[in-house]
Design a protein around this ligand. Structure first.
Ligand SMILES: Nc1ncnc2c1ncn2[C@@H]1O[C@H](COP(=O)(O)OP(=O)(O)O)[C@@H](O)[C@H]1O
Ligand SMILES: [Mg+2]
Length: 234
């Protein structure tokens, strides 16, 4: 039973994992071994840990891209499971930024960003206006008609940020969003990510193995031995 306080305002839990287990290869590799974590509305949280510890696995579960073996994943108060309706809802409420942008190289920046709005049934004029706004904030207004393959790594990740925010999600999951970029470009993209999240009141969960980047978030949690540990100093 949720309290009034949890239902409204910034203390509300928008991402919750309870006793989540996940293995691959028919149980040969167990990655998540009883993950418990909660993220409140408006927080920016860094999910840290070395490569291979299970950060992407957990983000995929939160984004409805994969399913837990055991335990509960709750997003905005609704449990994520096989039900199609919920997955449709998730696609609107949750934006995803991947390490390697996952844009379609042959399409233009604009075409890539409009795809999620077509899926969501947003009128085209409204979608274009939204893209105009996001492109301006990310310094990409002059690149709208460029094919992705002509863009730099930083521009691609900025495009991926725009695409993830097109449907005005309340939650943004970012999986090593600067992992493919050099240090200077990483800094620019992270800055934009945090600015956009703050500006739009979006809750951000970002996987990273870079502690410098992690320290810029409100909160840092560590994945270790398939579980989440919250450093006392965070
Ligand atoms: N689809 C998959 N099939 C089999 N093993 C996988 C799959 N996805 C991830 N793994 C394994 O699970 C572990 C955790 O992976 P991942 O969640 O990608 O870690 P991280 O994002 O922290 O680097 C790794 O050992 C990886 O090889
Ligand atoms: Mg990963």
């Amino acid at each position: 039973m949720r309290t009034m306080e949890q239902e409204s305002g910034s203390g509300r839990v928008v991402l919750c994992a309870e006793g989540v287990w996940k293995s691959y290869d028919d149980g040969a590799v167990t990655v998540l071994k009883g993950v418990d974590m909660e993220v409140s509305a408006g927080q920016t949280v860094a999910l840290c840990g070395p490569s291979g510890c299970g950060k992407s696995t957990l983000l995929h579960l939160f984004g409805g891209l994969d399913e837990a073996d055991r335990g509960r994943i709750v997003v905005n108060g609704a449990e994520v499971n096989r039900h199609g309706d919920l997955l449709r809802l998730l696609r609107r409420e949750v934006g995803f930024v991947f390490q390697l942008h996952n844009l379609i190289p042959d399409l233009t920046l604009e075409e890539n960003c409009l795809i999620p709005t077509v899926a969501a049934g947003t009128p085209r004029a409204m979608a274009r206006a939204r893209l105009g706004e996001l492109a301006e904030r990310t310094g990409l207004s002059h690149r709208l008609g460029h094919r992705i393959q002509k863009l730099s790594g930083g521009e691609r990740q900025r495009t991926a940020l725009c695409r993830a925010l097109m449907n005005r999600p309340r939650i943004l999951l970012a999986d090593e969003p600067t992992g493919s970029l050099d240090e200077q470009t990483s800094e620019v993209v992270l800055e934009l990510l945090l600015d956009l999240a703050a500006g739009e009141g979006v809750t951000l969960l970002m996987a990273t193995h870079d502690r410098g980047l992690a320290a810029r978030c409100d909160r840092m949690v560590e994945m270790h031995d398939g579980r989440i540990h919250e450093p006392a100093y965070a």
